[in-house]
Design a binder for this molecule. Structure first.
Ligand SMILES: Cc1ncc(COP(=O)(O)O)c(C=O)c1O
Length: 383
């Protein structure tokens, strides 16, 4: 069946007791067992280890990504952490995209490095750079593409081949494009990770994460960490995320169309220094972005002439767009990564990978494109 049918129906069956069309929120800690010998006969024992509402979402996400199974987590960061704990031990090495969400960089450099795990940050836009980072003890590759916030794209197929040759697991952070536009498992990756906080929920209502694995062996390893660390998604969050998933394709298509309109408007504006959106022909990796995904998504960034000072003026004086962290929601958001999402990345490292001080990130929402452009126009006037 097609994606749009599966985003609504996969993982969900009418409630066996009442026929309710929506999977109920099973707000329960434990599950009464019929007898000692029939322990687990209904599939659930204790809500850290599994919950029917959460399970319905996991089955839906596994289906949408084309994976064997999915484990959900309390946040996107705990999904990334859970993946790292599943495949890395002291003495192991991981290769991470050199542009990635600031929290991922912080987890590697400030937390897991304390436990004897080694990290290299490689330029995912250049498979040779990734290959040259491989060591004898490389066990995991984590590719974020397109990357937050510069939109750098990495060739999932090429990096999967390098990971395969190294005998390592390749995980892709697919948060920006979702399986509607990009399916890492079909491009050779082993794992697809999401901050479900973003497009999967889509309504700024929850924080959550998901890890979808191609093999049941990898899924078991991730699920073991999920249960052992207790890093789980709550049934309310799973329920809200499940409702969000049902309109994923509709939101993605409209938000991406809005993003294209906004990008073209900014590109033509005399006060704008540069605009970076994978859908623009001027995007340096437009060919790769078009080849490995079926859409360009709704994230972009631009720099106002006058750099940081002018950019701050714009962000402080704009209507319709909310100055806030997060992305992927129906509300359009404007963010200054250097102050907000990537503040924990050292200045020198930020500059090395192109996170310039004047970078203004846009998460384009579902409002009327004319209103979004009108608000940008008025704010640019004031810079
Ligand atoms: C690409 C990407 N991955 C992971 C995360 C972390 O997700 P969460 O905030 O749900 O922990 C974010 C957060 O912005 C992100 O942008």
């Amino acid at each position: 069946m097609g994606f749009k049918t599966r985003q609504i129906h996969a993982g969900v069956t009418p409630d066996p007791v009442t026929g309710a069309i929506l999977t109920p929120i099973y707000q329960t800690t434990t599950y009464v067992q019929p007898s000692v010998d029939e322990y687990l006969s209904k599939g659930f024992t204790y809500s850290r280890s599994g919950n029917p509402t959460v399970r319905a979402l996991e089955l839906k996400l596994a289906d949408l990504e084309g994976g064997m199974d999915c484990a959900t987590f309390g946040t996107g960061m705990s999904a990334i952490h859970g993946t790292m704990l599943a495949f890395l031990s002291a003495g192991d090495h991981a290769i991470i995209s050199d542009v990635a969400y600031g929290g991922t960089y912080r987890l590697c450099t400030k937390v897991l490095s304390r436990f004897g795990i080694e990290f290299s940050f490689a330029d995912g836009s250049d498979p040779d750079d990734v290959e040259s980072a491989v060591r004898e003890n490389t066990r995991l590759f984590l590719t974020e593409t397109p990357a937050n916030p510069t939109m750098k794209c990495s060739d999932i197929e090429a990096i999967s081949e390098i990971a395969d040759a190294a005998g390592a697991v390749h995980a892709v952070d697919n948060t920006f494009l979702t399986p509607y536009y990009q399916r890492p498992l079909e491009l050779g990756a082993d794992i697809s990770i999401h901050s479900t906080t973003k497009y999967m929920d889509g309504h700024n209502a929850t924080v959550g994460g998901a890890v979808i694995c191609k093999s049941s062996e990898h899924a078991d390893a991730v699920r073991f960490i999920q249960n052992s660390t207790g890093s789980i998604m709550s049934p309310q969050v799973a329920w809200l995320t499940m409702q969000g998933c049902k309109t994923l394709s509709v939101r993605m298509d409209h938000q991406s169309a809005n993003a294209m309109d906004v990008a073209r408007y900014l590109e033509a504006h005399p006060k704008v220094e540069q605009v970076v959106y994978p859908g623009l022909e001027s995007f340096a990796q437009h060919e790769l972005a078009s080849r490995q995904a079926t859409g360009y998504g709704a994230m972009l960034w631009f720099e106002v002439k006058g750099g940081l000072v002018a950019g701050k003026k714009l962000m402080d004086n704009i209507d319709v767009w909310s100055l806030a962290e997060n992305l992927g929601s129906v509300e359009s958001l404007i963010t200054h990564p250097v102050t907000m999402t990537h503040a924990d990345v050292e200045k020198a490292e930020r500059q090395r990978v192109g996170i310039i001080d004047g970078l203004v990130r846009l998460s384009v929402g579902l409002e009327d494109a004319e209103d979004l452009i009108g608000a940008l126009d008025a704010a640019l006037e004031k810079t």
